[in-house]
Unconditional design. Structure first.
Length: 335
């Protein structure tokens, strides 16, 4: 084979290779578009709680749609400060996202000096997933079976009752304190480090009442070891269909119509618009999946699946309400 023939054949091979590359170019580009690697989801809670279960359930669906694993990274600590800081400082490339909640995005920044995140500046809202209602539970020795009879009992027992919450400034703290103040009950507040010891003392009679989560109290309620008087929110809970809301029983305070908390997906400011939109669409869609929807309601969560705009508006509106609640409860706010 002469030099000219070899050169010509090499040229044809290179041309064919080049044409093949051009032919698959769009497919290769599509594969390199977001997401082309696993996504890390920072959860600012310990594993096992209702919020953690919700995120794992929903993210499994989203992972299948995106074609990439979503790796759950639990970073509990300092009332959610640790995990939220990680999200705020992450590279805004769409591969590190996080979980934001009422507590971590509103209550903690208002009250905890360790919180250094400027939520409105450092984070963006992607999808509001679900809300966490609470129920008012009382010890079985309390001679009250509905919320309408509670005011009389509180007045009669002025200065003799104790109530608990999961932390100073928690929804359960400020709501029951407002009831105590409204009916001049002078109840004594006991903060607990978690819901399990709170429920234990409620059942044992060390405290007479508390706002608790449906998953946290369900076992004791079904066993008849506590009584449930009312639920927050605007509709009855699937897990407790026989427990009327506060509003149904004539308590029109807007705070009692709010959910005690909500959870949603957040990301560091600067995340690519395409990634934000895709995450927004997939997480919202996953919440509306019938199977996911059903499982969430079974663990006491209320599915929402709202978009970024609704999530942002909810945060802005409820931040104002929470500031007022905390001030009424006598909680010192950060300057």
């Amino acid at each position: 084979m002469n030099t000219f023939t070899r050169t010509r054949r090499n040229f044809l091979k290179q041309s064919a290779a080049g044409a093949a590359a051009l032919a698959v170019g769009p497919a290769v580009f599509a594969q390199s578009a977001w997401p082309n690697q696993p996504i890390k989801l920072i959860v600012p809670y310990a594993p096992g709680g209702a919020n953690d279960v919700t995120l794992r359930l929903v993210s499994k669906q989203v992972s299948e749609k995106l074609g990439q694993p979503i790796l759950i990274d639990n970073r509990p600590g300092a009332g959610g400060v640790v995990g939220t800081n990680v999200v705020a400082k992450a590279a805004p490339d769409g591969y590190t996202i996080g979980v934001g909640a009422t507590s971590t995005l509103i209550a903690t920044p208002l009250t905890n000096p360790q919180s250094t995140v400027d939520v409105a500046k450092d984070l963006v809202f992607i999808s509001l997933l679900a809300a966490a209602p609470m129920v008012l539970a009382v010890n079985t020795s309390v001679p009250v079976n509905n919320i309408k009879d509670l005011p009389r009992y509180l007045r009669e027992q002025k200065g003799k009752l104790n109530y608990g919450s999961m932390a100073v400034g928690h929804f359960g703290h400020v709501v029951v304190k407002e009831l105590s103040d409204l009916y001049e009950a002078a109840m004594v507040h006991s903060p607990y480090k978690g819901e399990a010891p709170l429920v234990q003392d409620l059942v044992g009679g060390q405290i007479q009442m508390a706002m608790v989560t449906p998953p946290g109290i369900r076992g004791m309620a079904e066993a008849g070891r506590v009584k449930l008087l009312a639920a927050t929110g605007t509709k009855r809970l699937k897990v407790f269909p026989n427990v009327p809301t506060f509003a149904e029983q004539g308590f029109d305070n807007p705070v009692l119509k709010m959910y005690a908390g909500w959870i949603g997906i957040i990301a560091p400011t600067g995340i690519p618009a395409a990634a934000l939109k895709r995450l927004e669409a997939e997480y919202s869609a996953a919440i509306h999946d019938p199977e996911v929807n059903q499982k969430l309601m079974e663990i006491g969560m209320e599915p929402i699946g709202a978009n970024a705009e609704t999530f942002t508006a909810t945060y802005a509106r409820e931040k104002v309400a929470w500031r007022e609640m905390l001030l009424k409860a006598g909680v010192e706010l950060r300057s």
